[in-house]
Design a protein around this ligand. Structure first.
Ligand code: GRG
Length: 324
C-alpha cells in the first residue's frame, strides 16, 4: 500500500499550508501564541486542509485563495480539539500533554477562541466568496458545538440508539469534512452541483473516519493513538462498536454498568473492552464504515474532472486498505 493517496501537487501545497499555519498562529500575546504553537507542532494529519485543496481542483485551482481556507479549516479543527480536551479533562493528545493540562483551562479556552476568530478573519479576506465562506464555517462550528453538548448530555446512557450515534458523529466530525470539501469547491468557482457532490463526499468520508476512529479506540495501542485506549468507554461515550456489543450481548449487565459508571478503574475498562472484543462489534462497525466510504466514492462519480475524482476515490480506498 502506498504511504499516501495524495498527489505530489497536493503534498507540495500542504507544505505551504504548514508554513502559513505557523505564520498566522504567531501573535504578540505570548501565552496564546505558545499554547497555539504547542497544538500546531504536536502534528496531526492535516486531512481537512488536504480536502480543501483537492476539492479546489474541481474549478480553477486558485492556490492563494485556497490556502486561506485550508489554513482556516485546520485552525477551526485545532480550536475544537483544544476545547474538547478541556471538556474531557484530557491529559494527552497526539502523544503529547494537552494545552489545557500544561497551560491551564483559562489559557486553553482563550487559545481555542483565538484560533477560531483567526480562522474567520482569514476567510473574510477571500478575494471572492468571503461572506459565504464565513457563513459556511460559522454554521459548521455551530453544529460542532451542538454535537459537543449532545455528546455530554448522552454520556453514560445506555438508552441511546444507532440513530443518536450517527447524528452525533455527523455533528462532531462529518460536518467539518463536508465543509472543507464544499469550501474548496466554492472557492475554485465550481458549479453548485459539483459543490454538492463534494459536500456529500465529505459527509460520508467523515462518517467513515469517525467510525474507524471509534474502532481504533478499542483495537489501537496507546502508542499509535497518542492517548490511552478505551477512552470512549471510560467517558461513557457510546460509540458504534459499543452499541453493537450491547445489542449482541443483550445489554449485558457488566457492560451496561461500565458505561453508566462515572469513573472506571483501569481493570474495569480492560474488562469492558474484553466484552466488546468477544462480540462481532468491531467487524460490523468496520463494515458500516466501509459502506460510508463507498457512498463517498459514489457521491463524486459525476464530477467533471476525472483526475480529481480519482484522487478523492483513492483517499477512500486508502482508508479501506488501512483499516480492513
Ligand atoms: C471550534 C471553538 C470551537 C468549538 C467547537 C469542542 C467542540 C466545539 C467540538 C468538538 C469536536 C471534536 C473534538 C470532534 C472530534 C473530531 C475528530 C475525529 C478529531 C480527530 O481528528 P484527526 O484524527 O486529528 O484528524 P489529527 O490529530 O490528525 O489532527
Amino acid at each position: 500500500m502506498a504511504d499516501s493517496p495524495l498527489s505530489s501537487r497536493i503534498m507540495r501545497d500542504l507544505k505551504r499550508v504548514e508554513e502559513e499555519l505557523e505564520r498566522v498562529v504567531f501573535s504578540d500575546e505570548g501565552e496564546l501564541c505558545e499554547a497555539s504553537l504547542t497544538m500546531l507542532r504536536g502534528g496531526g494529519k492535516r486531512l481537512r486542509p488536504a480536502l480543501v485543496l483537492i476539492s479546489g481542483q474541481v474549478g480553477s485551482y486558485d492556490f492563494e485563495s485556497l490556502i486561506l481556507a485550508a489554513v482556516a479549516v485546520e485552525l477551526i479543527h485545532m480550536a475544537s480539539l483544544i476545547h474538547d480536551d478541556i471538556v474531557d479533562s484530557a491529559d494527552f493528545r497526539r502523544g503529547l500533554p494537552t494545552v489545557s493540562s500544561t497551560k491551564g483551562l483559562h489559557v486553553a479556552t482563550a487559545a481555542g477562541d483565538f484560533l477560531f476568530a483567526t480562522a474567520l478573519v482569514l476567510l473574510s479576506g477571500l478575494r471572492s466568496g468571503g461572506i459565504e465562506a464565513v457563513r459556511m464555517m460559522a454554521e459548521a462550528v455551530n453544529i460542532l458545538s451542538l454535537g459537543q453538548i449532545r455528546q455530554m448530555e448522552m454520556a453514560h446512557r445506555v438508552d441511546q440508539n444507532m440513530e443518536d450515534y450517527l447524528q452525533m458523529i455527523w455533528s462532531k466530525t462529518a460536518v467539518l469534512f463536508a465543509t472543507s470539501c464544499r469550501l474548496g469547491g466554492l472557492i475554485s468557482g465550481a458549479e453548485e452541483e459539483e459543490v454538492d457532490f463534494l459536500g456529500r463526499y465529505g459527509d460520508n468520508l467523515g462518517m467513515a473516519f469517525q467510525i474507524y476512529d471509534d474502532v481504533l479506540d478499542i483495537t489501537g495501542t496507546e502508542e499509535s493513538l497518542g492517548k490511552p485506549v478505551g477512552i470512549d468507554l471510560k467517558e461513557g461515550t457510546v460509540t458504534m462498536p459499543i452499541l453493537f456489543a450491547l445489542e449482541e450481548t443483550r445489554f449485558e449487565r457488566e457492560l451496561c454498568a461500565a458505561i453508566e459508571s462515572p469513573s472506571l478503574t483501569e481493570e474495569e475498562v480492560r474488562r469492558g473492552m474484553e466484552i466488546i472484543l468477544n462480540t462481532r462489534a468491531l467487524e460490523r462497525s468496520k463494515e458500516e464504515a466501509k459502506k460510508y466510504v463507498e457512498r463517498a466514492i459514489d457521491s463524486v462519480r459525476l464530477l467533471s474532472k476525472p483526475e480529481v475524482r480519482e484522487e478523492l476515490v483513492s483517499i477512500g480506498k486508502f482508508a479501506i486498505d488501512r483499516y480492513h
